[in-house]
Design a protein around this ligand. Sequence first.
Ligand SMILES: [Zn+2]
Ligand SMILES: [Zn+2]
Length: 769
Amino acid sequence: MPTTTPEMPAADSTTGRPSGLPGHGGNRALGVLLDSAGSMHVEHIPARPARQTPWPDWVPAQVADVFAARGVAAPWTHQAAAASHAHAGRSVIISTPAASGKSLAYLVPALTAILSGETVLYITPTKALAADQLAAINRLAIPGLHAAVLDGDSTAAERAWARGHARYLLTTPDMLHCALLPGHARWSGFFSRLRYVIVDECHGYRGVFGSHVAQVLRRLRRVVAHHTGSDALPVFILASATIAEPGGCARLLTGLTAQEVTDDGSPRGPLAFALLEPPRSGSRARQTAAAHAAHLLARLVQQNVQTLAFIRSRRGAEAVALAARGHLDEDTANQIAAYRSGYLAEDRRLLETALSEGRLTGLATTTALELGINITGLDAVLIAGWPGTWASLWQQAGRAGRGGQSAAAVLIARDDPLDTYLVRHPDLLLRHPVETAVLDPANAYVLAPHLTAAAAELPLTDADIDVFGPAALPVLDELTAAGRLRRRPAGWFALRRTRTSLRGSGSGQIRVVEKATGRLIGTVDEPSAHLLIHDGAVYLHQGDSYLVSELDLANRAALVLPGDPGYTTVARDVTELAVREVASNVRWGEASLCFGDVEVTRQVVSYAKRSTDSGTSLGEMPLNLPARRLMTRAIWWTISADLRDGLLARGINLGGAVHAAEHASIALLPLFATCDRWDIGGVSADLHPATGQLTVFVYDGHDGGAGFAERGFHAAAAWLRATRQAIADCDCERGCPSCVHSPKCGNNNHPLSKRGAIALLDVLLADAA
Ligand SMILES: [Zn+2]
Ligand SMILES: [Zn+2]
């Protein structure tokens, strides 16, 4: 069935199923789900009609014709609103669901500007997405558009062509940071005519990486203002999945005020959203989310329901496809395939075509699809495990549904506290106002290398303090004192440049190298190296397994051998924490909450092996690694001696209670701070030397902090109540992976008291705001 929706520009790769197949696959999907084992909640999200509006007057006929030729007679209301803000010179952020046509919203003003001789810079978090966008732009076949991708793989000739000719340049923040901005003089032709900077998928810029990108965009503002001679340029157009406070996100990322466009005018069919806990097999362990996804995928394909299953790891995606095929006869089995990052572009296109032509009914995929190719209009989407953010959840679920027909999405919980908590709280999951962007452009550890880089690009003046913010001043003084910058009457000049990666902590990366071939597998940021790639560690990279034969700190490399040894490893560490400064605190009756600067000293002392199949311990091996010091920020809470005595009198095991409360609170913080459980660390003690009281600390795992602990401080009451609830709701007896166990515990999950944690959190929260 032909669609005439403004799904630009990748319309030809987003076609739905061919005509002739029965519709209402969503209803059939729901039938299959309702039959399945495990506990389930189904939420019905009603359909919404389309709202269109005529092309704004300023859109040239030539641009409107390009879209008309692709079936877009008129834009949806949100597309026109965002495009008109940008055209009028107002920076704008458009924050609407997946498949709501955000690209048309930025392409209309962008193409209009290009027709009048201006240039446009498009920034995306990944190279793959830039390449896909380029292909989509080229399909528009606009004469004189001159689009080009600039990434780490571009040849010298390609770069030279782009410098001389590109009007629409697609790149990544990393390339801006290390090539375009340092070499801006050579790009003056492009920068002097730059009108729009499009920041796509901007919800992905969070934590330390997001903080780095925010500084890169501030450097870009200075360079563009220098070449255009105008502080009003460039105009930013930010595109995001649905997030809370998009204007705040835009301000954090660019330092500028942006208009918010959030009222989605695109049509939606009804969606049944199911939240599912796989059945427990036997007494304890729950069926894994992946195994359950394979089972459902097979059942759905059997019913001719076109289904996409999102699996977290590459190996997982392959395994789910294989398992699903194993449940079916050969003919039906051939309608299921796997898709993951690392596939060649041709293979990806073949799979996309097979899916859109209906030859393929089921696809198990990693989130590569979320940021790479454009498949929408499925009958059903299975999501094996909470994808980490609401933005991702809705992007994945948004792949289901087409042309007003019913569709189904299913979130399958993994056996951990966060997933379990979420599927048991449908209101939170489905009606939560999604996350806000959490990043901290004022982090001095992030600011320092960018101020040095900025001074090398153009001398820094007092006026630039407005661009980088007041936090820049003390950092400038430190850099000057350290001999990195020199203050002259005309401003600060760079004496030495430092190379920084945007995707690490700023203190460098350790390379993971295959021993036999010298092939670079990936990188691990230095603070995590002791934990993840110590001698003897099993290192997982995109679902593939490697054994670390040697961590060579002097050469900043870990040598690994491919293969799965049949066990996993967990590093054990001892952590000391000292409070440097309390920045804020609140009292909840006899309990107290603080946020501030801390110094964390961690030493990895050994690692434990655990069988992949049975989960049983295979022993512990000592390690000899130096201690690491982290200057970061933490939230911590304490209770008074009286409250502590009260708990003791009730026979509570305080050591186990505080440890279990720490674990569960770390597991739940990602709900409130848009972080990964691995981005944060915790320390707890019945009597901690830093406070002399029963204390739980939760700290950012990056130098200078990443904003997560601070967010936890501001959301403390809701966060700790959710923590208490998650523990209390779990139907286990004495604690399990779904509530108080932690996969990264430095103490082998000992001691832990589930009952004690609930009692402790009740006491803590009794007088909470
Ligand atoms: Zn439990
Ligand atoms: Zn622990």
